[in-house]
Design a binder for this molecule. Structure first.
Ligand SMILES: NC(=O)C1=CN([C@@H]2O[C@H](COP(=O)(O)OP(=O)(O)OC[C@H]3O[C@@H](n4cnc5c(N)ncnc54)[C@H](O)[C@@H]3O)[C@@H](O)[C@H]2O)C=CC1
Ligand SMILES: CC(=O)C(=O)O
Length: 308
């Protein structure tokens, strides 16, 4: 499994590369970035630790490297400022992103390669990538609400004093202000969350608020998310590499699940070596379904504005 990261010199790209190195599953990690010195420095720094990790090749280079990749991760782009929404970034990131897609198209991709968008606003740029690259929709995904979901699980676990891997909750919808936590399906160690000792409505509301604000909080305190998004990206890549068919809240083109159509947004998605294998629809609380419909509308309207 060869993975390339366009934007690999930056915070998100380099943290993803480090998480992939620590994971030891993928065979090659290629870092691509317009900032040549920075990306060469990142690749060298990773390479220097490779005798203590796994037998992997790690290197930097130009966009031509993506033609040999099984997964092409795109993290290139501008970060939002603390007071900006992810959708506010659109005017600044769309042109940059279109140029990257044109470069990828010019170089060409391997048959079956998965394009994995992380740059924000991720759902809109995933849709753009799908349209511009002309790849089958199952081969184009976005990180979607994978990061929001791990934030929610991790902070809930800390508040309930349980191991984070025992918390099973999901956020669907936009990776942005209209995200939808699915409390109807939340469990801790297989037990319904609302019956779990200590899980009061006020604690749940507080963790939800923290999760919604956590992207902006991290940007304010350290400039941007790195570690959590890095392990989120590696988790999705490993699921693809090992054909695990796990259910992940990645963003992909919808064709009717939850009433969502012609928009890239996160729903429970079975992910394997070929990319998106299935969208799973479950019955939600009416207020969750309404919020998900609204989230799809927000994204659809934004896509219409951007793509005309
Ligand atoms: N989807 C998600 O959950 C998350 C998405 N993000 C997004 O990821 C993106 C990157 O964030 P950071 O890594 O913090 O920013 P950063 O500024 O540290 O890194 C961006 C990198 O992209 C490179 N770049 C710019 N134009 C390029 C091009 N045409 N070709 C190749 N490389 C290019 C820059 O040189 C830089 O190294 C932002 O759009 C941010 O909003 C960040 C965190 C979470
Ligand atoms: C930047 C971003 O999207 C986040 O940290 O959630």
């Amino acid at each position: 499994m060869n993975v390339s990261i366009i934007g690999g010199g930056g915070l998100v790209g380099s943290c993803a590369a480090f998480a992939l190195q620590a994971g030891g599953i993928v065979r090659e990690i290629a870092l691509v970035d317009v900032n040549q010195d920075l990306v060469e420095g990142q690749a060298l720094d990773l390479l220097h630790g490779s005798s203590l990790t796994a037998d992997q090749k790690i290197y930097a280079g130009g966009t031509e490297l993506v033609k040999d990749s099984d997964v092409i991760v795109i993290t290139a782009g501008l970060r939002r400022k603390p007071d900006e929404s992810r959708l506010d970034l659109i005017n600044r990131n769309v042109e940059l992103f279109k140029n990257i897609l044109a470069d990828v198209k010019r170089v060409g991709t391997k048959p079956g390669a998965i394009v994995f968008v992380v740059s924000n606003p991720v759902d809109v740029l995933t849709y753009l990538a799908m349209k511009e690259l002309g790849l089958p929709p199952q081969q184009v995904i976005g990180l979607g609400t994978v990061l929001d979901t791990t934030r929610l699980r991790s902070m809930l676990a800390a508040r309930l004093d349980v191991p984070p891997t025992q918390v099973s909750t999901l956020i669907l919808g936009e990776h942005g202000d209209s995200m939808v936590p699915i409390w109807s399906a939340a469990q801790v160690g297989g037990l319904p969350l609302d019956k779990f000792p200590g899980a009061s409505p006020s604690l749940i509301a507080e963790v939800e608020k923290k999760t919604r604000g956590s992207g902006a909080e991290v940007i304010k305190k350290k400039g941007g998310a790195g570690f959590a998004v890095g392990v989120s990206i590696a988790d999705v890549v490993h699921c693809i590499a090992l054909d695990q068919r796990r259910i992940l809240p990645v963003s992909s083109l919808q064709n009717g699940a939850f009433g969502l159509r012609d928009v890239c947004i996160s729903v429970p998605t079975v992910m394997g070596r070929s990319g998106v294998m299935q969208h799973l629809e479950i019955e939600l609380w009416p207020k969750e379904q309404m919020a998900l419909t609204q989230s799809g509308k927000v994204l659809r309207e934004t896509v219409d504005k951007v793509l005309g």
